[in-house]
Write a protein that binds this ligand. Structure first.
Ligand SMILES: Cc1ncc(COP(=O)(O)O)c(C=O)c1O
Length: 418
């Protein structure tokens, strides 16, 4: 018989295989100092492009003040217990009401975490007779929610409306056979390639098929659309999106999440979402901080304007220099290049050590062998100077990459002792 641990210590797994050389540098790096566009990494000041701090709220003085006062008033533990048992407060209800009005839905339920929250909501919504149709590039939390599902599931090719229709056709046959319904799950803004989900086109398919739609708008909530209410409001199809989910960990610079939709469905979810029923409720200091953030999002359009100014300056600058940034139509800016893993990591090292630019890379096995994606997240807190220095750094390092200057046998050994 095998020891269950034997396979774990063999090679580290698909991402962990490089850990001996990468830990603390390419993986698990420690960014230090005040959160924002300039932080310290291994003693050097970097221009940081890895935080989903879209509106620059995470370190806004007003946000810091409210969070500190709320922490002093409530402490971390208040309230104790799950909301169903002893952890409910009027402030939790108030925040749900504010969010419902903001995203134009009848009702909202707060979730402690986005990841577990959406998994658990998916689990509560469908039974074994139902069929799930979902985007093939959906975030891991959706995939894991789908894994919990005991019925059939069909993935469609990422943002491919023809394939989506094909899978809905298959799902309809299966749901009819089993006496169930169909839940379609996609994202408002995809965090890897920056493309918005094709929400409007999917909603139009409701004229042909009977199904409900749940979107994960983690990357769109707070700044997309005329008032920041999300990707579905940007695409003018809020009415067709039955359930809207987002997290507070990105634009809101906090922690926690929510799901919004019809009152009768939310009533059911409150009593049947296992990750909430069997877990302590969101701390009051988070709730109080979120009330202040929602007020800022509603009353400070200048944050969104600054974000889009920065997005346009960065993306136009990259395109003008011949970079391939794919089909992004959001702030998430992928830069597609060719090279193997050692080359990609050598280029990242040059960017960090000599140009003081900190961004994330995505390589095989997350994407196909030979492809590299540098992912840049502009925020409202970045300056024109941050952007111009970064454009220059990419221009220089791309020339070196094309000339083969980063060719290497192995990834550079930059590990700190684990
Ligand atoms: C698309 C998407 N959904 C859900 C989550 C998970 O949210 P949380 O960090 O609140 O668990 C993330 C990442 O944070 C995400 O990018």
């Amino acid at each position: 018989m095998a020891d269950v641990f034997a396979k774990l210590v063999k090679d580290g797994g698909p991402l962990g295989q490089h850990m001996d050389r990468a830990h603390g540098y390419f993986a698990f790096p420690k960014l230090e100092g005040e959160l924002g566009p300039r932080m310290t990494f291994r003693g050097k000041e970097m221009i940081v492009w890895s935080l989903n701090n879209y509106l620059g709220l995470v370190n806004h003085p007003e946000v810091r003040r409210v969070d500190a006062e709320a922490a002093a008033m409530y402490g971390m533990g208040n309230p104790m217990g799950a909301r169903m048992m002893s952890g409910n407060t009027a402030k939790h209800d108030q925040l749900e009401k504010v969010i419902s009005e903001f995203v134009n839905r009848e009702d909202t339920m707060l979730l402690n975490f986005g990841y577990q929250g959406i998994m658990s909501c998916i689990d509560a919504i469908v039974n074994r007779r139902d069929v799930i149709v979902y985007d093939g590039q959906a975030h891991a939390c959706i995939v894991d929610g789908v894994r919990l599902h005991m019925g059939h599931r069909y993935a469609y090719k990422h943002n491919d409306i023809a394939d989506c229709e094909k899978q809905l056709q298959r799902a309809t046959e299966m749901a009819n056979k089993n006496g169930g319904g169909i839940l379609l799950i996609t994202e408002g803004v995809f965090g890897m390639d920056g493309e918005q989900g094709i929400l409007k086109e999917i909603v139009e398919l409701k004229n042909k098929f009977e199904f409900r739609i749940l979107i994960d708008d983690a990357h769109g909530f707070g700044y997309m659309g005329p008032n920041g209410a999300g990707a579905d409001s940007a695409q003018g199809c809020q009415d067709g999106i039955d359930l809207y989910f987002s997290t507070f960990v990105k634009s809101m610079g906090s922690i926690g999440a929510f799901i919004s939709g019809p009152k009768d469905v939310l009533k059911y979810l409150r009593y049947n979402t296992r990750s909430q029923i069997f877990a302590k409720s969101l701390p009051l200091l988070i709730v109080e901080g979120m009330l202040a953030r929602m007020e800022m999002v509603k009353t400070m359009p200048e944050l969104r304007e600054k974000l889009w100014h920065n997005v346009n300056r960065l993306q136009e600058g990259l395109k003008a220099r011949g970079f391939d940034i794919g089909k992004t139509n959001s702030p998430v800016t992928p830069i597609y290049m060719k090279g193997d893993v050692p080359e990609a990591t050598s280029m990242v090292m040059d960017l960090r050590e000599n140009y003081h630019i900190f961004c994330s890379i995505v390589v095989y096995p997350v994407i196909p062998k030979g492809d590299i994606i540098y992912r840049i997240i502009p925020t409202a807190a970045h300056s024109d100077e941050d952007i111009d220095l970064t454009l220059k750094a990419f221009e220089d390092t791309k020339k070196k990459l094309d000339k083969g200057a980063y060719k290497a046998e192995k990834i550079p050994n930059m590990a700190e002792v684990m």
